[in-house]
Design a binder for this molecule. Structure first.
Ligand code: 5GP
Length: 115
C-alpha cells in the first residue's frame, strides 16, 4: 500500500511544523487549521487506519496519543481541548493513518468538530 501523507511527514519526505515527537508518535500543525490551535497527533506505526483499529490493536498507544494531546493543549493553549478522530470517509476521514485532531484556543461552544 502507498505511504500515507503522514508517513511521508514522519520520514521527513515532506515538511511540516512539528511540535512534538518521540519514539511512538509525532505531532504537527494541521495544514488547514479549524481552530486557533489545531494539531495532529499521529502514531508512527502506519498499520492502524483509524481509532477503532488502534484501540483494539494497541490501547496503550492510544492512551499515549491522548496523553500527548493533553500535554500539547497545555503547552499551546489553556489546557482544555477537543479531541477528534474522524472515522470513515463519510465522517470526514481523508487520511487512513490514524490521527487525533487536537483543537484548542477559543473554540466555539456547540461546534463539534474538525470539519
Ligand atoms: P481527516 O480528514 O483524515 O480527519 O484529517 C486529515 C487532516 O490532515 C486534515 O485536517 C488536513 O488538513 C490535514 N492534512 C492533510 N495533508 C496535510 C499535510 O500535508 N500537512 C499537514 N500538516 N496536514 C495535512
Amino acid at each position: 500500500m502507498a505511504e500515507s501523507i503522514f508517513t511521508r511527514i514522519i520520514n521527513r519526505e515532506i515538511p511540516a511544523e512539528i511540535v512534538a515527537e518521540d519514539d511512538r508518535v509525532i505531532a504537527f500543525t494541521d495544514i488547514h487549521p479549524k481552530a486557533p490551535v489545531h494539531l495532529l497527533v499521529v502514531p508512527k506505526d502506519p498499520q492502524y487506519r483509524d481509532v477503532t483499529e488502534l484501540a483494539a490493536g494497541d490501547p496503550e498507544l492510544l492512551a499515549h496519543v491522548v496523553a500527548t494531546a493533553k500535554r500539547l493543549a497545555g503547552d499551546h493553549s489553556d489546557g482544555d481541548f477537543r479531541l477528534v478522530f474522524n472515522t470513515g470517509a463519510t465522517a470526514g476521514q481523508t487520511v487512513f493513518h490514524v490521527h487525533a485532531h487536537v483543537l484548542a484556543g477559543g473554540l466555539e461552544e456547540g461546534s463539534l468538530g474538525a470539519d
